[in-house]
Ligand binder design. Structure first.
Ligand code: ZN
Length: 246
C-alpha cells in the first residue's frame, strides 16, 4: 500500500497545524495507514518514531553474516543509519540515511492497516491451538508485539531471498501447546519472538545464511525440515547460532 493522496494531504495539514509544537507519532488503528511519520528522521535524533523506524529496518542489520542487531532504543545512531542505508539500497531509494517522505512511503508500503506487514499476518503467528497470543511467558500484547517485530525482519529476509514467499509453520506458542509438542521449556516461541520457516524451493542452509544478515540472534540448525529464527538477544539472552557462522 502506498501513502494515499488524502493521507499525504492530512499529514501535510498536521505538520502545518503543528508547526512549533512537538508532534508525537501516532498509532492509528483501523485507518489505511497504521503509522504516521511526522518528521524526517536522521542520525542524532531520538524518540518514539525512531524506535518504530528501528523495528522496521531491523532486518537490514548487516550486509554479511554478522552477530549484530539494530538496537530498538529510540536513539538514531550509526547502526540504525547503516540499516536505513541498506533498506534504501534494497528498495531503489536514494541512499542517504535520511528517512524522509520517499523512505517513509516505502516503509509504509510494507505495512497492513492492522500493524502486520505486507506478506505476513498475525494469524500466521498465533498459537496453533488457541488462535491467540494468550498463555505464553509474556502478556498477549507483548507476544503480539514481538511477532510484529519478527515480521519486519522476515520482510527483509524475504527480500534478500529474491521475494520468495515464506511460510511460518509455527510462531507464538502457549506454554501448554509448547509442552504438548515437546518444545524446549524456555523456547523463544513462548515469547512470540520465534518463527519456524519453510521457504518452498529454497534450501534451509540458504535461509540460514540470509538470516545471518537480518539481526536474528537465534538460529537453530538448518539440518531439519524447517528453519527456526528468533530474536533472543532482544530479550537479553546470548546469541545462539547452532551451525555457527556459515
Ligand atoms: Zn522453532
Amino acid at each position: 500500500m502506498n501513502l494515499s493522496m488524502s493521507r499525504r494531504a492530512m499529514l501535510r495539514g498536521a505538520l502545518v497545524a503543528g508547526a512549533g509544537a512537538v508532534l508525537a507519532p501516532t498509532l492509528l488503528a483501523g485507518t489505511a495507514q497504521a503509522y504516521t511519520w511526522s518528521r524526517t528522521l536522521k542520525q542524532g535524533m531520538n524518540g518514539a518514531d525512531v524506535t518504530e523506524l528501528q523495528i522496521r529496518v531491523a532486518g537490514w542489520a548487516a550486509s554479511s553474516a554478522s552477530q549484530t542487531r539494530v538496537s530498538v532504543d529510540g536513539d538514531f545512531g550509526p547502526g540504525t543509519d547503516a540499516a536505513v542505508k541498506r533498506f534504501q539500497a534494497a528498495y531503489g531509494l536514494l541512499v542517504d540515511g535520511e528517512v524522509g517522505a520517499n523512505t517513509q512511503a516505502k516503509l509504509n508500503s510494507l505495512e497492513q492497516s492492522d500493524g502486520s506487514t505486507t506478506h505476513f499476518n498475525f494469524s500466521d503467528f498465533t498459537d496453533r491451538v488457541s488462535g491467540t497470543f494468550n498463555g505464553g511467558k509474556v502478556s498477549a500484547a507483548t507476544a503480539k508485539e514481538n511477532a510484529r517485530r519478527c515480521m519486519y525482519k522476515l520482510e527483509a529476509l524475504r527480500k534478500k531471498l529474491g521475494d520468495k514467499p515464506i511460510t511460518v509453520n509455527s510462531g507464538f506458542r502457549s506454554i501448554q501447546h509448547n509442552a504438548d509438542i515437546g518444545g524446549a521449556s524456555d523456547s523463544m516461541h513462548l515469547y512470540g519472538t520465534a518463527a519456524d520457516l519453510d521457504v518452498p524451493g529454497v534450501a534451509n542452509k540458504t535461509v540460514y545464511e540470509k538470516a545471518e544478515t537480518c539481526g536474528f540472534s537465534g538460529l537453530e540448525t538448518y539440518n531439519t525440515d524447517h528453519q527456526h529464527v528468533d530474536s533472543r538477544a532482544d530479550l537479553g539472552r546470548a546469541w545462539w547460532w547452532e551451525n555457527g557462522t556459515v
